[in-house]
Every structure is written in C-alpha cells, then in structure tokens.
Design a protein around this ligand. Structure first.
Ligand SMILES: Cc1cc2nc3c(=O)[nH]c(=O)nc-3n(C[C@H](O)[C@H](O)[C@H](O)COP(=O)(O)OP(=O)(O)OC[C@H]3O[C@@H](n4cnc5c(N)ncnc54)[C@H](O)[C@@H]3O)c2cc1C
Length: 461
C-alpha cells in the first residue's frame, strides 16, 4: 500500500492550499478528487461560474445605466444564461490548467476517485471503473466541501425549481423568479436577476438582510434592491411549493402565495460527509452534516485528521477555505499556535453593487462599549465616481474616538471587494485614520473615499 505524509480529500480551494502548503514543506502528498476535474464547487458550480455570470450582467447594466458614455445599447431579446456565461469555459479551463500544473510541479500526486476511510490512517479510493486502491496517510485533511441543501418538501425534479448548482443550467431568462433564502447566494442572484429585468421575489426568514453586516450597509442594500424592483419579504418562511404548467407557487407560512416562472431555493448548504466512512472512526456530524473541529482544524476524536472549508460550516467562503487549508497543513507538520484571525478576515459579497467589510460593525462596538466615531464618504463626492457616472457607492470607517485607531471598514459599491484590502492592511498593523490623510493616494481613484471618510470622521471629534 502506497504511503504519504499527507492525504487530502477534495481539491477545492481548501484542499488545494492544504496540499500546496504540505508540498512546500517537502512532504509527500496525495490529493484525491471524485469530480472529473480539480477545483471543487468553487471552480465548477459556485464562485467562478456565478461571478462570470455576474460580470456580464454588471457590464450590461452599467452600459444601460450610465448615460455618460453616450452609448445606446439594446438588450438582445434572445439573451440566454449561456450567452451571458460565454467566458466561463475559458476562465475555468485556464484556472484548472494552472491548478493541475501546480500539483505536478510541486510533486503532489493527484488521483481521481471517491475516498472513504477504512481506518484512521487508511482510505480506500474507488476510481472510474469501480477499481479500488488503498492508501495510507500519516495525516489526513478532509476538504470535501458542500452542496445546496434540499428540503424534502420541495420537488426539484421540475426543471423550473432550481438550487444554487442547477440555476447555472437555466436555458432561458425567465420573466419572474422567487428566491427562497436571502443569504449571500440568494442576495447575489436577486441582484443578478433584477439587473436583467427579471421580476424577483426574495423571501427571507430573518428580519433583516444579511444580519452579520453593519446595519447601515444592510439597510442600504435593502433600499437599493427594492429600488431595482426586488420584492423583499422579511420574516417569511416557506411552507410548500406547488407547480403547474403556468407557474410555480410558493406558499408561505403567513398565508401568502408567490407565483413566478422559476423558483430558486438557496437556503443553506449541506456538508459532503456521506459515504466517507466517518461513522467507522466515530467522527460525528451535525444536522447539516458538517464536521466539528478545534481552532487548528483538528477533529477531536483523531488529532491527525483535519477538516477545512465548507465541510466545517461558517463562513463557507473560498477565501476562508484557502487559509484554513494552509493553516491545517502547517499545523500538521510544524505545530505551533498560528490560527485564523477572523477579525482581519474580509468578507466579500458580490451583489450588484458589491459589499465588503473587515473588522467591527457599529452594533458590535456599541455592544462592547467601545467609544467610536464614524467617518463616511460616498462615490458621488469623489472625482472617480463622477467620471465613471458611478455614484451609488459609499465607504464608512469606524475608529476609536481617543486614539484614532481604525476599528472597521464597510464599503458598498463597485470595486468594494478590492478596495477593502487597503483598510485591512491598516487594521492589521494597528494603524489610525491619520494614515489616510498622511499619504499620497493615486488620483482619481475610488481609494480617495478613504481620505474623504477619514477627514469626515476626524472633523466630527
Ligand atoms: C453560487 C455560489 C457563489 C459563491 N461565491 C463565492 C464568492 O464570491 N467568494 C467566496 O469566497 N466564496 C464563494 N462561494 C463559496 C465557495 O464556493 C466555497 O466556500 C468553496 O468552494 C469551499 O471550498 P472547499 O474546498 O471547502 O470545497 P469545494 O470547493 O466544495 O470542493 C470540495 C471537493 O471535494 C470533492 N469531494 C467531496 N467528497 C469527496 C470524496 N469522498 N472523495 C473525493 N473527493 C470528494 C468534491 O468533488 C469537490 O471537488 C460561493 C458558493 C456558491 C455556491
């Protein structure tokens, strides 16, 4: 039986970074992937395809909205999801090639097949023709990801009833859609469809949209979505779904019935832990089939086994999975106390416009009784915003009233997910808002919002 220092199960962002980190430490690594290509949900059904679709829609809506360019563009009536995603194949093709090249160059042995534990150090891999091989690992990392949660009472056999995977196979753009679940994926698709002129019902079981956001940003998103015609239903729970030739009916517990051409169920994800042989090892999973780990991503029952990425639940982001994978592999071979600093971890939400934040929210600072002040700026105040006809964005800095230390940054607007890294850098070296008015920044840029917001906040003291 072939033996390795590390076996990684699953080649999404969590598994990939774990394998590469171990290879960089000169360890022998086996990567097992049951999908046809490496890259995981991130590459094939999640981040990359949905962002490709979003980019096309954003481009279309930008050209339509911004009369500054003086270009008149008419939307093709025969527009399909496929035509909007024409870049997907090229983008995924070159990313997969890069991934395979990285494995090869770094000596990671990549095999195709479904992995299952036989004992705490041995896995059995069932390949394409049902052929089975056993492999032994000193350490093992489970990075098997997640898939859309499908409740029993929703019949997904109707092609008009979709989840976050099947939505990408949609053949035509519907006139209307009901989206169940207003988490990150639900909100992203709500803005994608509304920007395509589709009538959207967004059903949220909670009282506010994305309640982990700073309240002001969540309220602004709510306003912008409604302004675009999204009908948001808050504190509403789906009870049943019925289909007929004409439409899909979503029955809510409150007695309302929402009729639309399509329904997208995007209310949570389930960890890919079935048929992994976890029960044999006594490793339990929760009701969403996720694995519990400690701060070093070790499984309590077998500390040489780690789990990273979506299979351990929150925050279920590719960005977090990558770091978790890297840290788990480092811990396996070097030990130490390094762990993920969630306070410095940015969150990016690709609604249109996008949202990003790092650090504390106003609600957290108020709860923790930290005396803070707010500095804000908007895209319409700065030259770049006016030149681009892009005036809906805003940036908000939260800082300590006494020592001026930056405590949090919240951005809603184009390029927010890139812009946030300036704030993240200042937060990580414990900088103050003076950084933003003491530095020369390129002009005209959206980064100018940092300086305007810092001055705005300083003047409030
Ligand atoms: C629509 C959508 C949009 C998203 N947008 C973003 C975004 O903008 N930014 C962001 O950071 N995140 C985003 N995400 C989340 C991101 O895709 C996930 O957090 C990320 O893919 C998780 O990585 P992972 O490595 O844990 O698992 P995955 O990427 O799911 O990979 C797991 C891999 O394990 C394999 N596997 C499973 N079981 C076995 C087994 N027994 N044997 C062998 N192989 C196995 C699977 O085939 C799969 O390839 C999005 C997700 C969705 C659905």
């Amino acid at each position: 039986m072939e033996s390795f220092d590390l076996i990684v199960i699953g080649s999404g962002p969590g598994g990939e970074k774990a394998a590469m980190q171990a290879a960089k430490l000169n360890k022998s690594v086996l990567m097992v992937e049951r999908g046809n290509q490496p890259g995981g949900a991130c590459m094939h059904t999640g981040t990359i395809p949905s962002k490709t679709l979003r980019e096309s829609v954003r481009f279309l809506s930008m050209v339509r909205q911004r009369s500054v360019y003086g270009i008149s563009v008419h939307q093709d009536e025969n527009l399909t999801v496929n035509s909007l995603m024409y870049r997907k194949r090229g983008a995924i093709g070159s990313l997969v090639e890069r991934l395979e090249g990285n494995f090869e160059r770094n000596g990671v042995k990549y095999i195709h097949g479904h992995a299952r534990f036989v004992d705490p150090h041995v896995i059995e891999v069932t390949g394409g023709a049902g052929k089975q091989e056993m492999y032994r690992g000193d350490h093992l990392i489970i990075a098997t990801g997640s898939r859309p949660y499908r409740p029993d009472f929703v019949d997904f056999s109707d092609p008009r009833v979709l989840d976050a995977d099947t939505v990408l196979n949609m053949q035509h753009i519907p006139k209307s859609i009901t989206i169940i679940g207003a988490g990150v994926i639900g909100c992203e698709y709500a803005t994608i469809f509304s920007n395509l002129g589709v009538k959207v019902n967004l059903v949220n079981p909670r009282q506010v949209l994305l309640d982990f956001l700073d309240q002001e940003i969540s309220n602004a998103l709510d306003y912008l979505m409604r302004d675009r015609g999204v009908r948001i239903r808050l504190s509403e729970v789906l009870e049943a779904v019925d289909t007929d030739d004409e439409s899909i009916s979503a029955y809510l517990e409150s007695g309302k019935v929402l009729k639309s051409e399509f329904l997208l169920y995007a209310n949570g994800r389930t960890g890919n832990t079935e048929d992994l042989g976890l029960e044999k090892l006594g490793i339990p999973v929760n009701s969403r089939k996720q694995i519990k780990v400690n701060r070093h991503f070790q499984v309590a029952e077998h500390p040489h086994i780690y789990a990273v990425g979506d299979v351990i639940g929150f925050p279920s982001l590719a960005a977090a999975a990558m770091d978790q994978g890297r840290l788990a592999a480092k811990h396996a071979f070097k030990g130490g106390s390094e762990t993920l600093d969630t306070n410095l971890m940015p969150t990016g939400i690709y609604t249109i416009p996008e949202i990003s934040f790092v650090g504390a929210t106003e609600e957290q600072l108020t709860r923790d009784k930290i005396p803070y002040e707010v500095g804000s700026s908007s895209y319409k105040e700065i030259a770049r915003g006016q030149i681009m006809g892009n005036t809906t964005g805003r940036l908000k800095l939260l800082f300590h009233r006494q020592n001026l230390k930056l405590l949090g940054v919240h951005i809603l607007g184009d390029e927010a997910t890139d812009l946030i890294h300036v704030g993240q850098a200042v937060l990580s070296f414990g900088g103050t808002i003076e950084y933003f008015f003491d530095r020369v920044l390129n002009y005209p840029t959206f980064s100018e919002c940092y300086r305007v917001a810092a001055l705005n906040g300083y003047n409030r003291l």
